[in-house]
Design a protein around this ligand. Structure first.
Ligand code: PLP
Length: 296
């Protein structure tokens, strides 16, 4: 078992103070992951009040790091957290990757919390460890049920305080939905809005194929703009397919020729069953997508 690499990001924000920087500690430093570092008073732990990203690093390369840093900043903004310093987080990320032995797949988690209650200083850290192997799921696929998320498709515009579309640390709802899928004899979930639009999975974006057209639900629907979905579209466009981010009625899921769940560490996993009905799987295209997503 390899030991995870922990980087504490001690100055996670851009420095506004002028003048000498000599006396100040480095903006980040490596720490022993076996030792405690997080206060029991940290709002990230007590309220899930913070944001995160999980970045795939394949054989030392992180093809989507810029998109993840963009989304990290966008999530922080939605939570009214101060803006994370791009330069600091990028350098800390590179340091985490460099400090870990080279492996096929590293999952690197970036976390920024609101910090200790009353102190007005965010907490930040990065943890790099080998990613779980999803090669079986990429071939065998997943059985999915649709579940109502309970919000309308326009929730991001009407109720921004619900933070739909931010990658917050509060994943209790996401994991509860996956447990509900298991109770129903499935593996995963596609959320729908209360007014019948397709949203996303609890930890992945949804991709649909209808003939030569590939679509994904638009980020305007209060869902995360997926970095993997974006890279998948780049390949599909290269292959001559049409792509689009759209509003899809949940009835359209059943009509799709093929469906995938896509995310950074899992990459593209075909949906083999939707609400108890078998779905066709395009094995060749799935393999091609996964090969590309592991490299580009
Ligand atoms: N949607 C949700 C809710 C997620 O948690 C994730 C990833 O964890 C995604 C979509 C896919 O995002 P990405 O492809 O950037 O990993």
């Amino acid at each position: 078992m390899s030991v995870p690499v922990l980087i504490l990001v001690t100055r996670p924000l851009d420095d506004e103070s002028e003048g000498s920087t000599d006396a100040r500690p480095a903006p980040f430093s490596q720490a022993d992951p076996a030792l405690p570092h997080l206060s029991v008073l940290d709002l990230g732990a007590t309220r899930g009040d913070g944001v995160f990203e999980t970045v795939m690093v394949a054989k030392g390369a992180a093809p989507a790091i810029d998109a993840h840093l963009d989304r990290f900043a966008a999530s922080a903004k939605l939570l009214d957290l101060p803006e994370p310093s791009r330069a600091v987080w990028r350098a800390a990320f590179d340091a985490a990757v460099a400090a870990h032995p080279l492996v096929d797949l590293l999952a690197v988690k970036l976390v920024l919390t609101r910090g200790i209650e009353g102190q007005d200083a965010p907490t930040g850290w990065i943890l790099a460890q080998p990613g779980r192997d999803f090669s079986r799921e990429r071939v065998e696929g997943v059985r999915v049920v649709t579940l109502d998320r309970g919000y309308r498709h326009d929730v991001a515009a009407t109720s921004p305080w619900l933070l739909q579309g931010a990658k917050t640390l509060s994943y209790a709802v996401n994991t509860a939905a996956i447990r509900e899928a298991k109770r129903r004899g499935a593996d995963d979930v596609i959320f729908t809005s209360s007014d019948g639009f397709v949203l996303e999975a609890p930890t992945a974006s949804v991709l649909l194929r209808e003939g030569d057209r590939f679509t994904t639900p638009s980020a305007e629907l209060g869902i995360l703009p997926g970095t993997t979905q974006r890279r998948a579209f780049a390949l599909l466009e290269e292959l001559g397919y049409e792509t689009g981010a759209v509003r899809l009625r949940s009835s359209e899921l059943g009509r799709a020729d093929a469906l995938w769940l896509v995310s950074s560490i899992r990459r593209a996993v075909p949906v083999v069953e939707l609400d108890g009905v078998a779905k066709a799987v395009d094995r060749e295209l799935t393999a091609r997508l996964n090969e590309y997503l592991g490299e580009h």
